[in-house]
Every structure is written in structure tokens, then in C-alpha cells.
Unconditional design. Structure first.
Length: 573
């Protein structure tokens, strides 16, 4: 029935004062599942009061709950062990961020205690304006040093995802850099929480270690203890949606790698430093089979400062070379990124040491070993070789063993600083070949031998001679051991480029075709049965009708029965 409620003063008063009266049902705490939003009002004619909830965390990790208020309203959030504000008070989120339309959050740490049922309470504000309540149970383990975590925040009434929580394992004394990017209009914030004890812990938003709201800036933080910290991402206002990218990695941790030192790593990204002076230098990364890693070189640690060069092959080794006949001597910083997390890769560097070690003599067979045997690795070796304009040189290469050894030549087109990735080579080729090269200018060129895959080992020989002398290497009679497709040269190119490929014993029907970035066939270079041998085809930048194509990125596909590989090339006009 309808009952009458009267508010009155027992004695006459001169002043007036507002009176507030509230009735609520007891034991009406509504169960809410994790990641499910409740969009409702404190009082609705359909459902009556809706302020008390029951949530049951089950993971031994951080947990977070949030209430997003209507843009003109402000709700408060509190937490108790029993329904209807009974039992033990645990935490609240009230004061520091008071204001219309803001979000309140409470976090709890169950890394140090068994999870149990708790009861959030929503109060304050307009009884008839919508609010959104949601909680996240984890366990979302944030990968430190990985390429980053992406997510979505949606605080609109048509969708819902207002809070995400992650467990973040940090090491005492280590300084970390937090990079935070967002898009959309959700006003996404990131906050870090630390449990100061070794028991259960609850805290409101104002108890965070730090909170970030400006995605244009990175944040540095030194962990005071070893522990799992609580990392919370949430929408600060109701009525927006957007996405975020969050990355946390150790900062200023660029380990100095001595020249001719190869190491096997798994962390990604990895930041390393190297010194170079006087000669051509190279740093490179070789991934495990099935993975892909990229490498960049910067003037400062942690991918900061000026980007000098990068290498991002689709598969195989990536490396960057620098011409220290012209570059300033000093310390530079390599950054390894991309690929599958927690998969082994090899990092190697080679810089100028001495003329005897770093200058490739003409008319002399130079021998070496490359590869990775788990206990040791050497993935690349670079030399300076002086080539004279007007001369033609014959370059002979051989290899033995299981290593997929390649050789590439680089040239600084100017007289100033020069850095370039693998794609900027004058030419590159696997071993077992000879070819002629006429340098455009007299200069010190950089010639590099490198292993294209890990977990193999082999030997190689290189000899560079004027054509009147000859190389002493005759790999022309060698039948390739397997199908192979090589990077075109030159690349980028204009007006034509050469694509080399191998056909092993027995021969095969071969198709070599050019496609644009949309997958449309542009040109068929080869479509026939071929005898075994080392082959090549030239593309003149035209389509099947003979029309010249536009500047841009294209792909060339090599197909045989049982083998297919695609590589990228660039036409520049």
C-alpha cells in the first residue's frame, strides 16, 4: 500500500533547512557478472532502488570496478563485505575527482589473499539519471616489454566497456617507461596501484601511484618493490568510446654489445647499444624459423632521438649498416621489435676494429663461418673494400654446411653520414654464384656476409677481383640445392630491376609474377618449365599490355609445385 511519511520539527524554529529521507530494500544486492555493464538509475519506476550490487571475484589477481556518471551528475562508489552497507567497510572513491560526469573506481589485490564476494554501493546525485556500473575480474597479465596491449573503452548507453584491469609484474629498482596512446572521445585514463602490504588490499581512485590522462606524453616510473601491480584503464566520462594502445618497458636499458659479439635473446622490444668508428659497421637480427624481427638504429636509447635507419624484411635476417668512413664515431642504439613474443632470435654487431680485420683485400679468397649453434653464434661480418670507377670486378661466392649465407654490397652515394637498412643494398645474393659489378665511383664500399636463418652453421668464401684476374671460384656448375627467391636489385629501382631465383635438380614449371598492393596481377615474367640452375628475370616497370605502371610498392611471387614465396619491391620514378 501507499504509506504516509511526514517530516516535522518538534519545536518551533526560526530557520529553515532541507530535509532528505531515503527508503531502500534490505538484502536486495543485485549480482553482476564481470565485464557486464549495468546501465540504470538509483531509482526507476520499473525496478525501484538500484544501488547495491554483489560481485564475486574468482581470480588470484587484481580486480577493478567502476561507476560512470551522467555528464551532468556525479555518483559515489563504496565497497563493503556485506549487502546494504553492512559488514566491514573496505574502500570508497569519493572526493579527489569530484565533478559532474566523472568516473569513480575501486581496485582490489587478490595476489596476496583468496578472492571473496564483496558488495559495491552506488550513491549520491540525481535519482533519475542513468549511470553505468561494471567490474573486471582479470586475470589480465600485462606483458612488460612486448609490442603493447590494445583495448577498447566504451561508456555509451549503446555499448559498454568502461574498465580493464591488468596484473603488471615489475622489478625493484627498475625504471620503466609507460607509453599511452588513445583515439576516440572516451577520455581514457590509465592508473597504477600498488599493494603496500602482503595481505588483501582495497583502494579508491585517489590512492593510485600515478594516473595518466595525456596520451601525447610518456611517463617514467621506478618500481619500489618486486610485485604484481594493478594497472587500470578506464573511461573518465560517460558517453564516449575509443581505443587505446599501452606499452610498458624497462627504460634506458641499452646494453652495450661489443663488436663481433653475437647474443641470443627473447625479450621484445630489446634495446642495445654499440660503438663504431672508422669503417663500415653493421648490426643485425636473425629470427627463428617462422618468426620475423625488425631492427632500427637511433641516436638515443629506447627508440628515442633521431631514427637513422631501419630494416623490416618480411622474413629472414634484418640489419642496418653505417658508413663510418663518413659517419661520426660514437655510441648508437639498436632497437629490435615485431614478431612473436618469447621466441628466440640472434643479435650480432660488427664494427671497425683494425685495417687487417676490416678491409677486404682484392684478389684474395676470404673464408669465414656464420650461423648459430645455441652455444655460440656469429650472424654477420662486414668489410670495407675499395673499388675504382671504370673497373669491372668479378665477385665470387661459395658456401658449405646448412647455413643460408648471403652477401650484400652497400655504397654511400654522398660524402656525409650514411645509414641504411638491408633493403638499401646495391645488390645481394646467396653464395654459390659469380657476377660482375662496375662501381659508379671510386670509394670504400661495404660488403657484408650474413646468415639469413638461425640454428644453422656453415662456411663461406668471398673473393673480389678485377675481371682481368678472375675469382678462382667457379660455382656456375653447381646445381642449386633447393628452390629460392632472392631480393630484386636494385631496389628501389627505375627503370628496371633484376629478380634472381634458383631451380634445383630435376627442373620445374615456374611462374614469376608481379602484383600490386591490391593483389591485382600486373605482369607475368615467367610461366614455363625450366631446367635446373640459377635463373633471373628483368622487370621494366610495365604491365602485360606494355604500359608503364605508377610509382609505388609492388610484390613479386615465385611459384612452383610445392614452393611459393613473395617479396616486396619499390618502383620510384
Amino acid at each position: 500500500d501507499w504509506y504516509g511519511v511526514v517530516a516535522f520539527s518538534e519545536e518551533p524554529v526560526i530557520l529553515t533547512a532541507p530535509v532528505g529521507i531515503r527508503f531502500e530494500k534490505l538484502n536486495d544486492c543485485m549480482p553482476v557478472e564481470p565485464d557486464v555493464c549495468e546501465i540504470t538509475q538509483i531509482y526507476s519506476t520499473a525496478g525501484g532502488p538500484a544501488t547495491d550490487y554483489t560481485i564475486t571475484p574468482t581470480s588470484s589477481s587484481w580486480v577493478a570496478m567502476a561507476v560512470a556518471s551522467h555528464p551532468t551528475d556525479y555518483k559515489l562508489l563504496a565497497l563493503y563485505t556485506e549487502c546494504d552497507k553492512n559488514g566491514t567497510y573496505l574502500a570508497d572513491s569519493f572526493d579527489q575527482y569530484s565533478g559532474p560526469g566523472t568516473t569513480e573506481i575501486i581496485v582490489g589485490d587478490f595476489n596476496h589473499a583468496s578472492p571473496y564476494t564483496v558488495h559495491p554501493v552506488i550513491s549520491n546525485g540525481d535519482l533519475n539519471l542513468d549511470y553505468t556500473f561494471q567490474w573486471d575480474d582479470g586475470p589480465g597479465y600485462f606483458p612488460v616489454g612486448e609490442p603493447g596491449v590494445t583495448g577498447e573503452i566504451n561508456t555509451t548507453t549503446t555499448g559498454c566497456d568502461i574498465v580493464d584491469v591488468y596484473d603488471l609484474s615489475l622489478g625493484v629498482g627498475t625504471q620503466y617507461r609507460v607509453k599511452f596512446l588513445e583515439s576516440g572521445d572516451a577520455d581514457i585514463h590509465v592508473a597504477l596501484f600498488r599493494n603496500p602490504s602482503v595481505t588483501e588490499y582495497w583502494a579508491g581512485r585517489d590512492q593510485s601511484v600515478w594516473e595518466l590522462s595525456d596520451p601525447t606524453m610518456s611517463h617514467l616510473f621506478t618500481a619500489p618493490v618486486n610485485d604484481n601491480y594493478g594497472l587500470v584503464v578506464f573511461g573518465n566520462v560517460m558517453g564516449g568510446s575509443g581505443t587505446y594502445l599501452l606499452q610498458i618497458e624497462p627504460y634506458n636499458d641499452c646494453t652495450l654489445i661489443p663488436s663481433e659479439t653475437c647474443i641470443n635473446l627473447m625479450n621484445n622490444p630489446a634495446d642495445l647499444s654499440f660503438d663504431a668508428d672508422g669503417y663500415w659497421a653493421a648490426v643485425g637480427v636473425t629470427p627463428s624459423e617462422g618468426d620475423d624481427k625488425d631492427i632500427s638504429v637511433f641516436t638515443e636509447c629506447d627508440g628515442e632521438g633521431t631514427l637513422l635507419a631501419a630494416s623490416g624484411y618480411i622474413s629472414g635476417a634484418d640489419f642496418v649498416v653505417g658508413d663510418f668512413n663518413h659517419n661520426a664515431a660514437g655510441t648508437y642504439y639498436a632497437r629490435v621489435t615485431y614478431g612473436v613474443p618469447d621466441v628466440m632470435y640472434s643479435f650480432d654487431s660488427d664494427r671497425g676494429n683494425s685495417p687487417a680485420a676490416d678491409m677486404l683485400p682484392l684478389d684474395t679468397v676470404v673464408e669465414g663461418e656464420l650461423g648459430d649453434l645455441r652455444t655460440e653464434c656469429q650472424m654477420l661480418k662486414i668489410w670495407d673494400v675499395f673499388l675504382s670507377a671504370g673497373e669491372t670486378y668479378q665477385i665470387g661466392l661459395t658456401r658449405s654446411g646448412s647455413a643460408d649465407i648471403w652477401v650484400a654490397l652497400f655504397h654511400n652515394p654522398g660524402s656525409g653520414d650514411y645509414w641504411v637498412g638491408r633493403e638499401g643494398n646495391v645488390w645481394e645474393t646467396p653464395a654459390h654464384t659469380t657476377f660482375d659489378y662496375s662501381p659508379p665511383v671510386s670509394d670504400w664500399y661495404g660488403i657484408i656476409a650474413f646468415a639469413n636463418v638461425r640454428e644453422t652453421w656453415g662456411t663461406y668464401t668471398i673473393r673480389v677481383s678485377p675481371t682481368s684476374v678472375g675469382t678462382g671460384v667457379d660455382p656456375g656448375k653447381i646445381v642449386p640445392e633447393k628452390f629460392a627467391l632472392y631480393q630484386n636489385a636494385p631496389n628501389p629501382f627505375n627503370p628496371s630491376t633484376v629478380i634472381r631465383y634458383d631451380v634445383p635438380a630435376g627442373g620445374a614449371h615456374v611462374r614469376l609474377r608481379i602484383f600490386d598492393v591490391n593483389g591485382q596481377l600486373i605482369k607475368t615474367l615467367v610461366n614455363e618449365s625450366l631446367a635446373p640452375g640459377e635463373k633471373s628475370a628483368t622487370w621494366h616497370g610495365d604491365d602485360n599490355s606494355g604500359n608503364q605502371v605508377a610509382t609505388g610498392v609492388y610484390f613479386y611471387s615465385f611459384e612452383t609445385p610445392g614452393f611459393r614465396e613473395t617479396r616486396k619491391l619499390v618502383l620510384m620514378k
